[in-house]
Design a protein around this ligand. Structure first.
Ligand code: SAM
Length: 257
């Protein structure tokens, strides 16, 4: 077994995270640059050190998870959600079951709640938000952001739901209350069912084709018929019908049936 394959096996044993399901060249490059920066010669040395040093282990997790996010990321897509997708979903069912999968530091589920609040009272909104990375989840729960991540937030929403504290922006408690955060590994943990809307953006690009295909099936099963799957702006599904989806708009897929 080569150095990286052995590392994959060790990480899986230690954390349950299966790096083999992430695109190899990209992940290997990211992790190699980290261990070189920290002065190790190969993955074996790096893993040994990681086992003894929690900070290094967290650095590894940080490097492999890629937490970049922002509010209203690709704003035009959120407009499609608001103008075209949500009115139809809400027409059928006012108690929407919504999941933000791989939610990172919270910008995505909080964006969802802000948009949903245009249709429903906040007390009726509930979004499940999950990520594999506990650090990201802690930051999401804190709800404090730098100005840059608010660039796309409409002015009215910024006024209504954020408080400026020094150079930071704090999201309102009323928005926070509508989101339940949980740790969840998309590649290993079971999915709940009967969702009206699943948002999973900018994480599938890191996975192998096989892993992606398994996940499309699982997301399809997790939706109720007519439910909607919203993917990232580089993550178009090329053969949606083979997973039980039909394209409703670019980057939005409806569960058939
Ligand atoms: C680039 S961020 C995307 C955040 C947000 N969805 C967005 O589009 O702005 C990718 C997120 O996927 C998470 N992630 C990576 N592998 C995962 C897995 N196997 N299960 C769940 N989340 C995962 C990372 O921790 C990271 O927070």
């Amino acid at each position: 077994m080569d150095d990286y394959q052995q590392f994959i096996a060790n990480v899986k044993r230690k954390t349950g995270i299966d790096l083999a399901q992430y695109k190899e060249a990209q992940m290997k490059r990211r992790l190699t640059s980290l261990y070189e920066k920290r002065g190790f010669k190969n993955f074996q040395e790096f893993f040994k050190a990681m086992e003894a040093d929690r900070t290094l282990f967290h650095e590894f997790l940080d490097r492999m998870t890629i937490n970049v996010s922002e509010f209203y990321r690709n704003a035009q897509r959120w407009e499609v959600l608001e103008k075209k997708i949500l009115p139809k979903l809400i027409d059928r069912n006012r108690r929407l079951k919504v999941w933000s999968a791989a939610c990172s530091t919270g910008e995505e589920p909080y964006t969802l709640v802000m948009i949903l609040s245009k249709f429903l009272p906040l007390s009726q909104i509930s979004v499940l938000a999950t990520d594999i990375d506990e650090n990201a989840i802690s930051r999401a729960k804190l709800g404090v952001y730098v100005e840059r991540s608010l660039q796309e937030v409409p002015e009215e929403m910024k006024k209504k739901f954020f408080t400026k504290e020094g150079t930071y922006y704090k999201i309102d408690e009323s928005i926070k209350r509508a989101v339940t955060f949980k740790k969840h590994n998309l590649l290993a943990d079971p999915f709940d069912t009967n969702y009206d809307l699943i948002v999973c953006r900018n994480v599938l690009i890191y996975f192998t084709e096989e892993a992606k295909s398994v996940l499309y099936h699982k997301f399809n099963k997790a939706l109720r018929p007519g439910g909607m799957f919203f993917v990232g702006s580089t993550e178009q599904i090329f053969n949606p019908s083979s997973y039980g989806f039909e394209a409703e708009d670019t980057f939005f897929y409806r569960k058939m049936g």
